[in-house]
Design a protein. Structure first.
Length: 261
């Protein structure tokens, strides 16, 4: 049976126009807001910031809980801060700061290292429902939506970069018949992603069997994955490409995988 909705990207770039039309100056290269961090870890937003600059973003800003300010101010001198709770994670009172930076930006990346906190959960759910711009969620940011996956999958202008284990947990809480398993073939995963993205508008990127699978609008592209760890860097680079081509999420994400360093 032919699966016309599955293509493979190898040495031939599927959407070369995305790479050819990239902005040549920082002024037209977009602005990315990166959210993440907690008192005991802020590596993910730092990696995302570095990768965004490397990938050609015009300006990237990181917003962190104020509990890390003393530690981070020498490492990320331009970082901004939002209220934190006693455990050092972003507080529900940080919503105003997140909305402010989202208004400034052309896109938002929830990069992770958020800790595990009920207040942060409330904050992220509120933010995702209010903010209607370009949104990428990855790393442990995805875990906050494993019991409410529709908040992400039903949202337009959304890219979810996640592990197979995270996808499996989210499928359990979705009205979908196909289970996600580690033993499934690439074709079975493609069929599951085709079904999911035919019904929901979000774009999905997940690794399985040594490949990154990107799905949107029922279309699926697989590309060899040679970068580990992959989620935060992949999400950051994809966010940059998407910001620079805001009406072409699928083509942008796929092309960001083909771009050579």
């Amino acid at each position: 049976m032919a699966h016309t909705y599955w293509r493979k990207q190898t040495t031939e770039i599927l959407f070369p126009d995305i790479l050819w039309s990239r902005p040549q100056s920082k002024q037209g290269a977009g602005k990315l807001a990166i959210i993440g961090g907690h008192a005991h870890g802020f590596g993910a937003p730092g990696v995302a910031w570095s990768e965004a600059l490397k990938s050609g973003i015009g300006v990237a800003k990181v917003i962190l809980p104020d509990a890390v300010k003393k530690t981070v101010k020498q490492i990320l001198p331009d970082a901004e801060y939002a209220p934190s709770n006693p455990s050092g994670s972003l507080s529900k009172d940080a919503l105003a700061e997140l909305l402010d930076i989202s208004v400034w930006s052309d896109g938002v990346l929830i990069a992770g290292d958020l800790g595990r906190n009920s207040e942060t959960s409330v904050l992220l759910e509120e933010f995702v429902q209010i903010y209607d711009g370009l949104l990428t969620v990855t790393h442990d940011g995805v875990d906050y939506f494993k019991s409410t996956p529709k908040l992400l999958f039903e949202r337009k202008n959304t890219l979810v970069v996640l592990s197979l284990a995270q996808l499996q947990k989210m499928f359990i809480n979705m009205p979908l018949i196909t289970p996600i398993t580690y033993s499934m073939s690439s074709l079975q995963l493609v069929e599951a992603l085709h079904g999911l993205t035919s019904d929901f508008p979000a774009c999905i990127a997940v690794v399985h069997n040594g490949n990154i699978f990107v799905a949107h609008g029922g279309e699926v592209v697989s590309a060899e994955n040679t970068k580990m760890p992959w989620r935060v860097k992949t999400a950051s680079k994809a966010s940059v490409f998407w910001i620079q081509n805001p009406t072409k999420i699928f083509e942008s994400v796929v092309s960001s995988l083909a771009e050579t360093d």
